[in-house]
Write a protein that binds this ligand. Sequence first.
Ligand code: AMP
Length: 441
Amino acid sequence: MLARTPRRIAVSTFKAVRGMNDILPDRTPLWQRLEDTARVVLLSYGYEEIRLPILEQTVLFERSIGEATDIVEKEMYTFTDRNGDSLSLRPEGTAGTVRAVLQHNLFRNQAQRLWYMGPMFRRERPQKGRYRQFYQIGAEAFGMPGPDIDAELIILTRRLWHLLGLRGLRLEINTLGTATTRVRFRHDVVSYFSANAEKLDEESRRRLQSNPLRILDSKAPELRELIQGAPTFERYVDPESGKHFRQLRGILEHNDIEYQVNPRLVRGLDYYSKTVFEWLTTELGAQGAVCGGGRYDGLVEHFGGEPTPAVGFAIGMDRLIELLSETPQNDLARGGNEPHLYLIVGGDKHYGSAMRLAESVREAIPQIRLVTHCGSDSFKSQFKQADKSGARIALLLGEDEIARGLVTVKHLRISSGQITVAQSELIAYLQKEFASLCAPR
Ligand code: AMP
């Protein structure tokens, strides 16, 4: 027994953590549609799902994403576990995928195509399209060194946009060469920015020491001109990476995929090599990237595995949802999970019969969505709630109906009045009606 009644806490005391959003029922149908479509598309290219923990050892991200990146330096949610381990909420999915694939020896000298979906955590400054808990769909392909698989990933994302009805996404691609060629490039970039150090902002000056290539990625308007004058990678590309890139472009062109080569596309994470790409939209303001990907041939070996080529992408689901909900013809943006039927119950004596009737309907028509009213409210109030629920048909089980083995059926969205149906014939009646119940409104 409680010694004391706990003090009531005002509702307003609790709010979701800043940058972490509730996804409410009016939006979940859209999320489900995105998730279902992505599953179908990924499976149709032979990608298999992997589900990973949300917490990993902090060192996993430090070693893969890079200690001198924004994510590791200042955006991870890190804490010390009771046994002294440093753990972090995952800020992205690639590191965990590589860890799992190595831990469970999934490579065994064969190609692997994997995908995952779920929340990621970065302590960024929240704004539209940028959150601290956000969701990604990612794909990672291991063991394939050529440009064909890079192209496949891009073609796959195009198919997803197409099936979702998203138009107007723009593709940018670039090559980062190999780690060795980047050393020369990095040297020249450092010389260039060091010579212009007085024009850099504080953040870029810091990066000049830790991760100078990231300065090229800076979106600060006052640095635009300076960055435009910086060396571009083209001149440094090694012959093998150059050939890989030309072949990738050829495959994309052969498949009618429009793209722009953006020599400034470096992407945030340290482990990329050769191909990098990004899908962008102009419709979301500053947060225009909806998908980013690229090749990371060195990471598996870096984690202690056999040298294994790898390439992947991550799609920002929150941003796709924003885009989808702005598409006017997207009726799912306004719901889509409303019940088909709402069962109105005439008094507490009949709860047992009502539940039993509802179960028999669900058993016979598994796709049907039937809400049984719970609570001893008046018929008037139950009808109001039936109407509000969006259901198309109200079923009424009152004193009279029970006595005579009937159900009253009232169409709520058309003025065809109401009829009574024998309970024994209700399922046959609903089966006939079901197609029209499911038709778009
Ligand atoms: P990244 O893992 O940084 O390559 O990001 C891949 C994609 O995830 C981006 O193109 C965005 O669409 C999305 N994304 C990254 N960070 C965030 C964030 N903080 N909030 C919402 N979406 C994000």
